[in-house]
Design a protein around this ligand. Structure first.
Ligand code: SAH
Length: 251
């Protein structure tokens, strides 16, 4: 059996209890070494075989999985954050389906949640934004034409950009072209929840400059929207004394 496990955003105590138990039981671990904190591997069994997928091709990863399966072993495929975002898990799962190798998936804390905690942010403030757009700039991986940053920017909603730290000048342009004003609050969170986490609040027009100043070129998320400075929001209805809910009568 193969278990795809979300490692969380970085801090070793931000893996789920279920994920940690699977790691403790694993005979084989294949971890995404470019972003997964190696400290998470401290809990594996002494005879557990550990592979770093950063130096492997998809074919090599699949070969390790198949061999482990043939030997009746349990494998954990450890992906950063939550595997469902930019995790390249579908191609592994399709191949496992073909080989009739069983697998399941254990969620993790995504880095966009880790980044919110780093800044004590609520992405969905009443009257400011009630939506979070999770996207990326086009890099070597293409982005469908209908999903340009400019088109999402036209909504003015909260936006979180993965995998885009190397493209901040173009990002600034697209954000403004789409409709955010240059002074819209923005933030850069580098290595959210890791011991060497860094976070900077700036504006849309300052993103590239801020990253350059602090030499941030990767492992960062960009957050855009008025929620970053959280002014002018409406109180929640849920906790309003005048509001009746399923659990509480209005006073
Ligand atoms: N599945 C992962 C994302 C993998 S894509 C998740 O749910 O978080 C890799 C990108 O995620 C990086 O380029 C960076 O943009 C972002 N990222 C991952 N971990 C991060 C962290 N701790 N802090 C900031 N950004 C992070």
């Amino acid at each position: 059996m193969i278990h795809f496990v979300g490692a969380g955003p970085g801090a070793v105590d931000l893996i789920t209890v279920r994920g940690q138990k699977l790691l403790e039981q694993a005979d084989v671990v294949i971890y995404a070494g470019s972003l997964v904190n190696p400290g998470l591997l401290d809990c594996v069994k002494r005879n557990c075989k550990v592979y770093n997928s950063a130096t492997m091709t998809l074919e090599e990863v699949l070969e390790v999985m198949e061999q482990a399966e043939n030997e009746g072993k349990m494998t954990v495929r450890l992906h950063t954050g939550d595997p469902c975002l930019y995790g390249a898990i579908r191609e592994q799962m399709d191949w496992l389906d073909e080989k009739k190798i069983p697998y399941d998936s254990c969620p993790g804390v995504s880095s966009f949640c880790g980044a919110a905690s780093a800044l004590n942010l609520e992405y969905t403030l009443p009257n400011v934004s009630q939506s979070v757009v999770i996207t990326r700039m086009q890099g070597r991986t293409s982005v469908p034409e209908k999903e340009t940053v400019a088109s999402f920017a036209s909504h003015g909603a909260t936006m979180v950009l993965f995998l885009s730290t190397g493209l901040l000048e173009q990002l600034e342009q697209q954000l403004v072209e789409g409709g955010y004003t240059p002074d819209t609050p923005a933030a850069i969170v580098y290595k959210a929840t890791w011991p060497d986490e860094e976070k900077y609040v700036c504006t849309v027009s300052d993103l590239a400059k801020t990253a350059k100043e602090h030499q941030i070129t990767k492992t960062a998320l960009i957050i855009v929207g008025d929620v970053v400075t959280h002014h002018f929001y409406e109180r929640s209805k849920l906790y309003d004394p005048r509001f009746t809910t399923e659990f509480r009568e209005a006073k």
